[in-house]
Structures are given as C-alpha cells and as structure tokens.
Design a protein around this ligand. Structure first.
Ligand code: ARG
Length: 431
C-alpha cells in the first residue's frame, strides 16, 4: 500500500512494536522508521547471568535493527544514548535524591523523556509527520512520551498503536501470522520488563497478586540475601558537585561508575524493591524494581549532603525532593517548574563534595563513614571531649528566647490556664 505519511516508532524489538509497524501502515497509512534507543537496557554484567555489556554495535542491537526491517520498517536506527541518559537524566536525579513515593528511583520515568527526544530528532532528520510509542493505555509511560512530545515538539502528532488497537498477545500473534510478519522469538517471560542503566522493572504475571512473594526468577541484577556473601564489602564513593566521580579512588565516567556499583552492590543483594505504587492514571499497582547502583549511590549522596549542606538549605531541599520526583514520574520532565527546581538543586550541589564509605552486606548498603573538605562538621563544636569550642553559657539565653512563645502561650491559653487542648471540638466535625 502506498504510504503518504511517515512516522518514527520507538522500537523495542518485542512482539507489540514489531506488529505495530504493519498495523500503522494498514490502518493509518504510515511508513515506519524504527528507532531503538540504547540506554543500557541490555545491562551491565551481572552476578546472575552471563550478560556481556553491549552497545549499539552489539549483535543484539544489530538483530533488533534487522528485525524492524523484516517487519516492514522502511528504515531502522539504533541510537546509543547511554552516556546521554546518565549525564542528562540520571545525574540530575542523583542530585535531587529522586525517589517516587520515597522508594522508586524512577528507572522508566527517567528514560521516557530521553527516548522521546530521540524520536523527535529522528523524525526531524527524516522529515516525519509523527512519532509513535508502544504503550498501553493503563500505564504512566504513555503520558511521559506524549507530554514530553508536547513540550519539545508540539507540532508532531503522536500515535499510540497498541493503546488504540487493544489486541491481546495471542490475537496479535495470529494477526501477524496471517500476514507472514516474522514474529520475534523473544525469551518468553511471563513478566513485563523494562530495563536501563539505572535499574530494572518487573510487572505482570504472578506479581499482580501483591500478597505473593516475587519468585526468584524475577530478579536478575542482585542475588538473594540468603546467598549473599557472609563477609561485608567496603565501597568508597567520591563526589564532586553532588555527582559520583570515583569508586574506591578510581575515577570513572558516570556510565561505568553506575555499572561498577550495580555489579558490586548486586552481589550483596542490595537494591531490591517490592512496592505498591500509585500510578498517574489512578491505578494502584504492584511493582518490582531492582536497582543496586541507584539505591547505593542515593544513600551515599544523601549522607554527604547531610554533611555539606547548610541546615536551612538542607531542609528546603528535602521538602522539594518528593515533589521533584513526582514531576518526573508524572511525565513533566520538560516543564518550567522542573527547570526551576533544577536551578535550585544545581546551586545546592556546589559544596557537595567528598567521600562516603559504605558497607555492602546482606541486602544493605550502609554508610559507615563520610568526609569532606567543604563539610560543615566542626569537631570543636561537636565534641564532648577536650577542645570543646562550643560556649555552653550561651545556650541558656538561647533556650529562654526560643521557648518564650511557648511559655507565654502556656501561661495564657495552654494546659496551665485551665483550657484542655482539643477539648472544644467544632460541632460541625463528625465524630
Ligand atoms: N511503574 C513504573 C513506572 O511507571 C515502571 C514502568 C515500566 N514500564 C514498562 N513498560 N514495563 O515508572
């Protein structure tokens, strides 16, 4: 069929996006350029699989490219964006201690704006009219793709073939077979997996019962605590401007550093997360995340901030971190509030420099030491030993004035004045 329009599809190599190529042609009149963005999803070498580190030249990604062409794409591109992902997306998330609901390091949420950016670049390079993603209508990822596109390329149309088509896996396979579309033989997994440098996510299958413990096969980047080494392992992370720059004194780029910490922390069972999550579309879902590097690096970074940030700044920063994580989760990466938060965070990181010593042991990455030339810890002020430079005589007046409003309240209105706090409920308030 002659296609009059051209579209760039975020291509994973899986069944859905492979079949979508033909569907977009038949139902929407698009010719498709497939775009596979490598953000380290093939993962660093891990303790449980033999997975070699792979890049865009790897046989796996060559296979993905060929598969797209075999399924009818007019062109297929593989973009290596791992370093860009680390620098532009993971780095800021580290600086902001970004954890959604205080638990989830935003593995997928961080990647969608980057993937969208590449879809847009490819679309512009090829004069395409639209971009497309393979998300269903039930998740957050559709929101992240589309809202990012609205922010950076409002002129482009976004197609969502899987959401629109709504076919089951079986029906999609039959539909493909009837058209002689080569169905990709992927390792059959009962789970929906998303993976990149910052971590791995798993949903579906037996995981949908929140009472059931995740089976061992779900995990890939970490060992079970029961099989983790009995001996703890020390790991020292160095930071400059709030970014990790070295492991045990050895300087590494962010991609290699994350891979190295992931491997070492994973060996001790660090970074397994099992949570009930509030999706933007209103669903509560059970999510499994495996993020050894993320949880280790964030623990170290937070600890170093406690040492280096002036306390008013530290408090304000902590209070915005949850909101910042929520913006990322909700697909609002390229928005004015996020940009303003970034400026605040960047300023705060100026003196977040130094070293953090961690002990990896049986599922924990525990901070056991920290030091910084720019730190605000003053031994003379903190010590209870000889050399105390803190003038305790000043404390008395300080406490008197600090407590003055409380004292005046107590005398005039508080428990001492005969009015029991909370004893006069609003009659409108239901019991
Ligand atoms: N619930 C997580 C999030 O919204 C993980 C999503 C994983 N995406 C996927 N297509 N499997 O960030």
């Amino acid at each position: 069929m002659p296609a009059d329009k051209r579209l760039v599809l975020a291509y994973s190599g899986g069944l859905d996006t492979s079949v979508a190529i033909r569907w977009l042609a038949e139902h929407k009149g698009y010719e498709t350029i497939a775009c596979a963005v490598d953000i380290g999803q093939t993962g660093p070498p891990n303790p449980q699989t033999t997975g070699e580190g792979v890049g865009p030249g790897s046989t796996e990604l060559k296979r993905v490219r060929q598969r797209a062409l075999d399924c009818g794409a007019v062109d297929a591109e593989v973009v290596d964006a791992t370093a860009e992902f680390a620098e532009d997306f993971v780095g800021p998330a580290i600086a902001a201690n970004a954890l959604y609901m205080g638990k989830y390091p935003l593995v997928s949420a961080l990647s969608r704006p980057l993937i969208t950016r590449h879809l847009v670049r490819t679309a512009r390079a090829h004069g395409a009219d639209a971009i497309a993603h393979g998300c269903t209508g039930k998740g957050n990822d559709q929101v992240r793709f589309e809202v990012t596109a609205m922010a950076i390329a409002p002129e482009l149309t976004v197609e969502a073939p899987i959401r629109e088509w709504g076919l089951s896996r079986e029906a999609a396979m039959e539909w493909a077979a009837a058209r002689d579309i080569p169905i990709p033989i992927t390792r059959a997994s009962p789970y929906s997996i998303d993976e990149n440098l910052w971590g791995r996510t798993a949903e579906c299958g037996v995981l949908e019962d929140p009472w059931i413990e995740p089976p061992a096969e779900v995990w890939e980047r970490s060992v079970d605590v029961a099989h983790a080494p009995d001996e703890p392992e020390e790991l020292t992370l160095s930071f400059v401007d709030g970014q990790p720059v070295a492991v045990d004194g050895k300087e590494l780029g962010l991609v290699d550093l994350i891979a190295e910490v992931d491997r070492r922390a994973g060996r001790h069972g660090v970074g397994r997360i099992d949570m009930i999550e509030d999706r933007l579309v209103g669903i509560k879902s059970r999510e499994i995340y495996e993020c050894p590097a993320a949880m280790t690096i964030l623990a170290a970074h937070r600890d170093l901030e406690d040492l280096c940030l002036e306390q008013e700044l530290a408090q304000e920063k902590r209070s915005m971190e949850g909101r910042y994580a929520q913006l990322i989760y909700n697909g609002l990466w390229f928005t004015p509030l996020k940009t303003a938060f970034d400026a605040f965070v960047a300023t705060s990181q100026r003196y977040v420099a130094g070293e953090v010593r961690l002990k990896l042991h049986k599922g924990h990455a525990a901070v056991v030491g920290r030091r910084s030339d720019r730190g605000l810890y003053v031994t003379g002020l903190a010590t209870y030993d000889e050399g105390d430079a803190f003038d305790q005589s000043k404390a008395e007046g300080f406490v008197q004035l600090w407590g003055l409003p409380t004292k005046v309240w107590a005398q005039r209105q508080g428990p001492g004045s005969g009015v029991k706090p909370g004893s006069a409920p609003d009659p409108e308030t239901p019991a």
